[in-house]
Design a protein around this ligand. Structure first.
Ligand code: UDP
Length: 358
């Protein structure tokens, strides 16, 4: 991998850091953590799904600036030591309604961010996703599983954009000797998760607090593993300081069915909302759980906050959203229908399986 040639700029208190997607849920928490370490942060966001209010508390911070900019256009933030590329619509409802923009930010945007790193000899960390594993046939998912992604389904705009951004990051590492990292982020939640982004935690918390029915898609037996935001950011910073160039899962390995998750939401909110079943979106993964063996071994990291505790820590934030009149957002109608009939998975054009597949 040519490690000898790589100029590594370690993350330190004197670093000047670029965060793309700085006004997003994860990006804004990352900015807080980097500033807490003493770094100067230049945040870039086109406010397409990010919200300026997420970094409003940093308005008087002299070590922070937010530039409203679309990273799909080449840009130059000046000399930086580290680039964290976190710009992208990230919830299924958002990326399915912004399909072309999502593909562009994963491709053109990632390339422009990598060019900034290359120009200034900065290190680079790419925010990737558990969606790279698609609807996984290997469970839990280790990093060397290649995934089971439908390349032409409604989620492909996000899954393939992120898979391409991983490939591009590795190519800059191999061909330009850029010092790169790739984090595969599993479902993360906490304050600043937009109540209207359509994700399961934001929808269920908002619905429970409004006394509305909790919408469960499918029969609720599909699983996810939920990581509280402070655990996620800690794992990302540990990866940034490591020498690991291969993708790294950072997520909470505690696996929940969506029905169990709804019960936790009811317990934490004290709500008597009922559950309403709705149809399962196309290609919705049936199971998801990170194998974090490598993060434990290489970063000495594992999450500390369980779902019940994390939901309690998020409660006040969602209460404020509801007080402002914000509502949950259904997934229906987010993705425009394709005119062609899609071939079923498992036919010879649906078998994008990894080498670990049994
Ligand atoms: N989900 C649900 N009700 C909702 C929103 C989501 O049952 O109001 C389900 C969704 O179908 C999926 C899981 O919860 O199986 C997680 O969805 P989310 O949008 O949070 O993220 P994903 O993991 O699918 O990217």
């Amino acid at each position: 991998m040519g490690e000898n040639l790589i100029l590594q700029k370690k993350l330190s208190g004197s670093s000047r850091v670029l965060v793309t997607g700085a006004a997003g849920f994860l990006g804004s928490h990352l900015c807080d953590a980097l500033l807490g370490e003493g770094c100067s942060v230049v945040g870039v966001d086109n406010l397409c799904t990010g919200k300026a209010v997420n970094v409003q508390h940093l308005a008087a911070e002299p070590r922070f600036e937010l530039k409203e900019q679309d990273i799909c256009q080449p840009f130059d933030p000046g000399p930086v030591d580290y680039v964290f590329n976190f710009a992208s619509p990230a919830s299924p409802v958002d990326y399915m309604s912004l399909g072309i923009e999502t593909l562009r930010v994963g491709s053109d945007g990632t390339r422009n961010a990598l060019e900034v790193a290359r120009k200034y000899g900065a290190s680079f960390l790419q925010a990737s996703t558990s969606e790279c594993y698609g609807d996984p046939r290997v469970h839990p998912q280790p990093e060397d599983y290649w995934g089971n992604v439908n390349p032409v389904g409604p989620r492909s705009v996000y899954d393939e954009a992120k898979r391409f951004s991983e490939a591009l990051t590795m190519a800059y590492h191999r061909y330009h000797h850029t010092d790169t990292r790739i984090v595969r982020i599993f479902n993360t939640y906490g304050p600043r998760l937009q109540s209207r982004d359509g994700r399961v935690i934001s929808n269920l918390m908002t619905q429970a607090l409004r006394g509305e029915d909790l919408t469960i898609y499918g029969d609720g037996t599909q699983t996810r593993s939920f990581c509280y935001v402070s655990d996620e950011v800690e794992g990302i910073l540990r990866l940034a300081r490591s020498d690991e160039h291969w993708p790294m899962n950072i997520g909470n390995p505690e696996e929940w069915t969506i029905l169990e998750c709804a019960q936790e939401v009811l317990a934490v909110t004290g709500s008597s909302s009922r559950i309403r079943f709705e149809s399962l979106p196309v290609d919705d993964p049936i199971q998801r759980q990170p194998d974090i063996t490598r993060a434990r071994q290489l970063l000495g990291w594992e999450p500390k906050i369980d779902l019940r505790t994390g939901l309690k820590l998020s409660l006040e934030y969602f209460q404020r959203c509801v007080e402002r009149g914000e509502e949950a957002r259904p997934v229906q109608a987010a993705a425009p229908a394709a005119s062609a009939t899609q071939p079923a998975a498992g036919t010879n054009c649906g078998g994008a399986r990894g080498r670990e597949d049994p």
